[in-house]
Design a protein around this ligand. Structure first.
Ligand SMILES: Cc1cc2nc3c(=O)[nH]c(=O)nc-3n(C[C@H](O)[C@H](O)[C@H](O)COP(=O)(O)OP(=O)(O)OC[C@H]3O[C@@H](n4cnc5c(N)ncnc54)[C@H](O)[C@@H]3O)c2cc1C
Ligand code: SF4
Length: 504
């Protein structure tokens, strides 16, 4: 039985090859224009995926697999995934097609039509790179009104016996987050992020991307992402050896001109299959056992992958397709231009957007507390914010981007994912970063032309959304504080916010 096995650009692991017959089966891979352009992805993201695909295909060929690889500039390339599968079926006349469960709902819906369309047996296999299937997540979440990540994470730790001793969490606690809020200190020594040297294949892809996607967001070069599994494993090893020990303490810290901090910088590789979640988790657990990293750092890192990453994916498949349309706070404002240009006097936003353009990366707290927080309190429409986050990061795929944006930062799902909106005034940014020291606005000023816009927009956001948020016990106290303000203060908050938002 000749089988056509479709490997998508974010599925570069060997999961689909387990029962592959090298002499008989064909592995289909293609660089498809529709996928590269449904949003104008950062140039570095397209380079990463195409180069990693080409390296993966070469690796498979060397192992004796038959790979049918369609390059973007192949004159016969139709630019559509479905059309490319159709053309390959005509070329190879397989008796069945096997694909892996994709990362996006719209791709799944297309795949589900293929059997009828091609009059062929189509098998969509579970993506076994994840630790919790959508069905298992649904069974867990279905029993709960508000399925919180923390409880899901504990179940996962038990299921995979990670940081567990004698049926209890190592150290006595499940979560050491309270220890992970150290503000940035002066003179931190931060080990640099992994930088691969681009080879001939990557150089070819860089030229292709510059030629075909000149108007896409971000800078193509310098390009240093890992594009092979071997390189990605080196990136992981370097993180474990050189940064993991400080990951916890400085997880929330932001320092001007330090885009990478102590984070792992592996989401790009995890999300395309060059790294597998369990190997990252076990490498961190081993560092703890070998006394190379403290428990707060190791537990914090493991929670991100075993907890947050799996939970976010579970929410995506549980709640799609309507999750994409959710807008609980009815936010309607357009995305300010500075999210693309970085031209703003707000130094925190200027820094985060500039680094995003350069690196196709911003670490979690920049995405959450600066870029996300501003989008929330400025009332920007979830559709526009989601499109931006999907466009600008090299690790962005809808399954992970959408719940983080609509659920975690915008509260667009009305609190299904997060128990309260992550809205904050400038003081948290000031506490966790040194951005405010070089800002045109004054962090300690609450109102007026020089005041930090986060300070008045925070209150204005609460007032604008009072009918929807006042009953939330986690923010009720903030409404009591607002109510105690005098009339002039309330008026100043309203006028400053109006003037600022109008100026955007
Ligand atoms: C608004 C917003 C949008 C985001 N969009 C994406 C996205 O498109 N793609 C993406 O992979 N992550 C996204 N994240 C989650 C997180 O910010 C990134 O995974 C992280 O910054 C990647 O960098 P790192 O590898 O250095 O991560 P680290 O901070 O070192 O964490 C280790 C790993 O944990 C996982 N992880 C941590 N937090 C999350 C989370 N909230 N959701 C899912 N996985 C998590 C990632 O795989 C990450 O590589 C988003 C977060 C926010 C607040
Ligand atoms: S003062 Fe306000 S706008 Fe400026 S960097 Fe600080 S938080 Fe950002």
């Amino acid at each position: 039985m000749k089988t056509l096995r479709l490997v998508l650009g974010d599925q570069l692991s060997h999961s689909l090859l387990k029962d592959c017959k090298k002499q008989q089966d064909i592995i289909l891979m293609g660089e498809v224009m529709d996928e590269a352009t449904y949003v104008k992805h950062h140039k570095k993201k397209i380079i990463l995926i195409f180069s990693a695909m080409r390296h993966f295909a070469n690796d498979l060929r060397q192992q004796g697999y038959q790979v049918d690889y369609i390059t973007l500039d192949d004159p016969k390339n139709s630019g559509s995934l479905t059309q490319e599968v159709a053309r390959a079926i005509t070329r190879h006349q397989p008796t069945r097609l096997i694909a892996t469960f994709p990362g996006e709902y719209r791709v799944l819906k297309n795949m589900q039509k293929w059997s009828k369309l091609f009059n062929l047996a189509v098998e969509i296999r579970q993506d076994d790179r994840f630790l919790c299937s959508p069905e298992a997540f649904s069974a867990w979440a279905g029993k709960r009104k508000q399925p919180r990540m923390e409880y899901f994470y504990r179940e996962m730790r038990k299921k995979y016996t990670i940081l567990i001793k004698d049926n209890a969490p190592v150290g006595g606690q499940w979560n050491y987050d309270v220890e992970n809020r150290c503000p940035p200190k002066k003179d931190l020594i931060i080990a640099p992020t992994y930088q691969a040297k681009p080879d001939g294949i990557t150089h070819q892809v860089i030229s292709l991307v510059k030629k075909k996607f000149p108007d896409h967001f971000g800078e193509a070069e310098p390009f240093h992402f890992a594009v092979t599994r071997k390189q990605a494993l080196t990136a992981l090893k370097q993180f474990i050896a050189k940064r993991l020990a400080h990951f916890g303490d400085h997880q929330d810290a932001m320092i001007q001109n330090e885009p990478w901090m102590y984070h792992a910088h592996i989401s790009f590789y995890l999300n395309i299959g060059l790294l597998l979640p369990l190997e990252c988790i076990k490498a961190a657990e081993k560092a703890y056992e070998d006394k190379k990293a403290p428990l707060n750092a190791v537990e914090g890192f493991i929670r991100q992958i075993m907890g947050w990453r799996e939970y976010i994916r579970g929410i995506y498949w549980l709640k799609m397709p309507h999750y994409a349309k959710s807008n609980f706070l009815a936010a309607q404002n357009p995305l300010p231009d500075f999210y693309w240009t970085a031209r703003t006097k707000m130094n925190c936003l200027h820094q985060c957007v500039t680094e995003t353009k350069q690196n196709a990366y911003a670490h979690h707290i920049q995405r959450l507390m600066v870029l996300g927080n501003f989008a929330l309190i400025a009332g920007i429409s979830p559709k526009a914010v989601n499109e931006w986050f999907l466009t600008v990061y090299a690790d962005a795929y809808e399954w992970v981007e959408l719940p983080n944006v609509s659920g975690m930062i915008l509260f667009a799902d009305g609190g299904y994912l997060a128990s309260k909106p992550y809205a904050a005034s400038g003081s948290y940014i000031n506490k966790m970063s040194n951005y405010c020291q070089s800002c045109a606005y004054k962090i300690n000023q609450k109102n007026g032309a020089d005041a930090c816009p986060f300070n008045y927009l925070y209150w204005d956001f609460l007032v604008r959304n009072r009918d929807k948020l006042a009953s939330n016990p986690r923010i009720a106290m903030m409404y009591r504080t607002y109510d105690r303000m005098n009339k002039d203060k309330k008026e100043a908050i309203y006028l400053d916010s109006k003037q600022f938002l109008d100026s955007l």
